[in-house]
Design a protein. Structure first.
Length: 556
C-alpha cells in the first residue's frame, strides 16, 4: 500500500485498539483515562501528540523524572491500532526533606510526604499548601512557600517567604440586595482587632455558603497598613424559595407523594420556614396524610443558639383503625464548630386511636419527652459527599416527671461513611442502631419500624417487626444498614447500586427471619444545583414485590 493511501486510510478509520508497552508502574486503565484518544473515535495526529504529553505528565506526577513515549500505528481489520512504547525512566525516593525558614517546631502531620516516598507531585503540592496555611494561621496572611527538587541526591526542599503579620482592621460586605447584612456578619468568625487566620476565613466562607441562598462568596484581603488589613466579602444572592418533591410506588400497589415548600431567608433575616405535606394511599383505599411545619429562628441569644419549633398533624385511615397524631417539638441547637453541633429539645405528641375492629391492648395518649442529640459532620460536601464521616447520637427520655402516658428511654446511634477509592466511584454506607427501653407503659407507635424509600427499599413501610396494628409492624430494637456504590456516568448523570438490610425486634436477637429484611436494587441520579434527583428500584431478596421511588437528594 502506498504511503498516500495509508494516510487516507489512517485519517478515515476508527481507532479499534490502544496498546501500551513498558508501563510497569501505571496500569493501562489509568493511562486510558489520561489520554484523549478513544476506542471507536476518529484518529487525529494532533490529539496523538497531546496524548504523548499527557502520558509523560502522568509519569512525572507519579515521581518519574525522565519518561519517554513513542507512538506507532498499524492497520487492523476495519480500523487502526495505536501503540504507545513507554520507557518509564528512573523513579528516585526522597532521602532528605528541608524546610528553609526560622521555624523550628512544626506539627508532625504538616507534610504529606515522608522519607522513603517517591516524589509524588500531588503530595509535594499539598505539603507546600499546608506549609503556607501553617503560617497564614499565625497571622502571616500573604505567606508563600515554594519547593525545589534534587532527584539525584533525593532532596526535597521547601522555602518560605512569611511576609508581615496582620490584624483585622475592618470587615466589609458588598453585593447584598435584600438580605440584612447582619445575616452575613454573624457567620463571620472574625472581629475587628483579631489576628488573621486562614482557617477562620475558610470557616466563615463555608458558614455563609451553608445558609443555602448565596451562589458566590468571594473574599478580598486589602492591606491598610503594614500590619493591618480589611476583609471585603462580596456576596451574590440566590432565590431563597425552594420546592422539594418526592414520589414513590410500591407493590402491592401503593403511591406516595410528598412536597416541601421552603423559604430560606424569611424576613431577609435568615429565618427559615418549611412546610411539608405528604400523602400516601394504596389499592385498599387505606391512606395517610401528614402536615408538618418547621420554623427556625437563628442566633436567638448571645450564646448563638438556634431555636426551632415544629408543629405537626398526621392522620392515618386503615381498615382496622383510624389514628390522628398532633403535637410539636421545641429545639435549641448550638454549633460549636463547622463539624460539631448539639441539640436539646422537648417533644409533645398526642395520639388518638379510633378502632374499627378489635385491636390488641395499646397505650394511647400523650408523649412528653426531652431529647439530647450530638452530631459530628466531617463530610466534604452536604448534598453529594465523596468522602468523610457523619455521626449522630440521640438520647430521649419520656414520661416520669414530665408526665404523659408513655414512659421510656430511647438510645440511637447513626454513622454514615463515604469513601472515593477510584475516580468517579463513591462508596457510601449508613448504619443506624436504636433501642427503646420501656420504664412503664409504652404505646406501640413510639416503637421502631422500617420499610420504604428511606430505610429498606422494595419493602412496604412499617412491614417488619413482632408487634402490629393492622398491617403496620413495630419493635423495640432496630438495626438498619444501607450501602451504595455511586458511579458518575456522563455530565450530571450517575448510577447507584445498593444493598439494604434491616431488622426490628423486641429483643436483641435477629435470627428470626420474619423480622429481618434485605433488598438490592439500582438507581439513577441527576445532579442539580439543589442536589441530586433520584430514581430507585428496590427488590426484596427474601420475598416477592418491588418498589420504585422518585425524590430529591440521596437517602443518606
Amino acid at each position: 500500500m502506498t504511503p498516500f493511501l495509508f494516510l487516507i486510510l489512517l485519517f478515515n478509520s476508527p481507532i479499534l485498539k490502544i496498546t501500551y508497552n513498558g508501563n510497569k508502574s501505571i496500569p493501562s486503565r489509568e493511562l486510558n483515562q489520561a489520554i484523549l484518544s478513544r476506542i471507536k473515535g476518529e484518529y487525529s495526529e494532533s490529539i496523538l501528540n497531546q496524548d504523548v504529553e499527557r502520558i509523560i505528565r502522568a509519569y512525572y506526577n507519579k515521581g518519574f523524572f525522565s519518561p519517554t513515549v513513542k507512538t506507532k500505528t498499524r492497520e487492523i481489520s476495519n480500523g487502526i491500532e495505536i501503540i504507545f512504547d513507554i520507557k518509564e525512566g528512573p523513579r528516585p525516593k526522597i532521602k532528605e526533606i528541608r524546610i528553609e525558614d526560622d521555624q523550628k517546631d512544626y506539627p508532625k502531620d504538616l507534610l504529606r510526604l515522608k522519607l522513603g516516598d517517591f516524589f509524588i507531585q500531588e503530595g509535594i503540592r499539598e505539603s507546600q499548601k499546608k506549609i503556607e496555611n501553617f503560617y497564614k494561621e499565625k497571622g502571616y496572611a500573604f505567606a508563600e512557600a515554594s519547593f525545589s527538587i534534587i532527584p539525584d541526591s533525593g532532596i526535597l526542599a521547601f522555602s518560605v517567604k512569611k511576609g508581615d503579620k496582620f490584624y483585622i482592621k475592618d470587615i466589609l460586605i458588598s453585593g447584598l440586595r435584600s438580605t440584612n447584612p447582619m445575616v452575613v456578619q454573624r457567620e463571620i468568625e472574625f472581629k475587628k482587632g483579631d489576628i488573621y487566620s486562614e482557617k477562620k476565613l475558610f470557616n466563615s466562607r463555608r458558614r455563609i455558603y451553608s445558609l443555602g441562598f448565596y451562589s458566590m462568596v468571594n473574599v478580598e484581603l486589602l492591606k491598610e497598613t503594614t500590619d493591618s488589613l480589611s476583609l471585603i466579602f462580596t456576596i451574590r444572592e440566590l432565590k431563597t424559595r425552594v420546592l422539594n418533591f418526592g414520589t414513590g410506588i410500591s407493590f402491592p400497589l401503593g403511591f406516595l407523594l410528598s412536597l416541601g415548600l421552603e423559604e430560606l431567608n424569611l424576613f431577609n433575616r435568615g429565618h427559615r420556614l418549611k412546610i411539608e405535606p405528604s400523602f400516601k394511599i394504596n389499592t385498599k383505599r387505606e391512606w395517610e396524610a401528614k402536615f408538618e411545619v418547621h420554623y427556625l429562628y437563628p442566633y436567638l441569644t448571645p450564646f448563638k443558639l438556634n431555636a426551632s419549633i415544629i408543629p405537626f398533624y398526621w392522620y392515618e385511615n386503615q381498615e382496622e383503625f383510624a389514628k390522628s397524631t398532633r403535637g410539636f417539638e421545641l429545639r435549641l441547637s448550638k454549633i460549636y464548630s463547622e463539624n460539631i453541633q448539639a441539640n436539646i429539645g422537648n417533644k409533645y405528641r398526642y395520639v388518638n386511636y379510633q378502632p374499627k375492629l378489635a385491636l390488641s391492648d395499646t397505650v394511647e395518649g400523650v408523649t412528653n419527652s426531652i431529647r439530647l442529640q450530638l452530631m459530628l459532620d466531617y463530610r466534604d460536601e452536604f448534598f453529594n459527599p465523596k468522602k468523610g464521616l457523619y455521626s449522630s447520637l440521640l438520647t430521649e427520655y419520656a414520661g416520669g416527671i414530665l408526665g404523659g402516658a408513655n414512659n421510656f428511654l430511647r438510645l440511637e446511634d447513626e454513622i454514615r461513611l463515604y469513601l472515593e477509592p477510584f475516580e468517579r466511584i463513591i462508596l457510601a454506607g449508613r448504619l443506624k442502631l436504636g433501642s427503646l427501653i420501656p420504664t412503664d407503659g409504652v404505646s406501640i407507635d413510639e416503637k421502631y419500624f422500617v420499610g420504604g424509600q428511606y430505610t429498606l427499599r422494595g419493602y412496604e413501610e412499617k412491614s417488619l417487626g413482632p408487634d402490629s396494628i393492622g398491617d403496620d409492624h413495630y419493635g423495640n430494637y432496630l438495626v438498619n444498614l444501607n450501602s451504595e456504590v455511586r458511579i458518575a456516568l456522563v455530565k450530571n448523570l450517575g448510577m447507584v447500586i445498593f444493598l439494604d438490610a434491616a431488622g426490628v425486634n423486641n429483643r436483641i436477637d435477629f435470627k428470626e427471619k420474619n423480622h429481618l429484611g434485605m433488598s438490592a436494587g439500582l438507581g439513577l441520579r441527576y445532579n442539580t444545583p439543589l442536589g441530586p434527583i433520584r430514581v430507585d428500584l428496590g427488590i426484596p431478596l427474601w420475598e416477592k414485590g418491588y418498589g420504585i421511588y422518585l425524590g430529591l437528594y440521596h437517602i443518606f
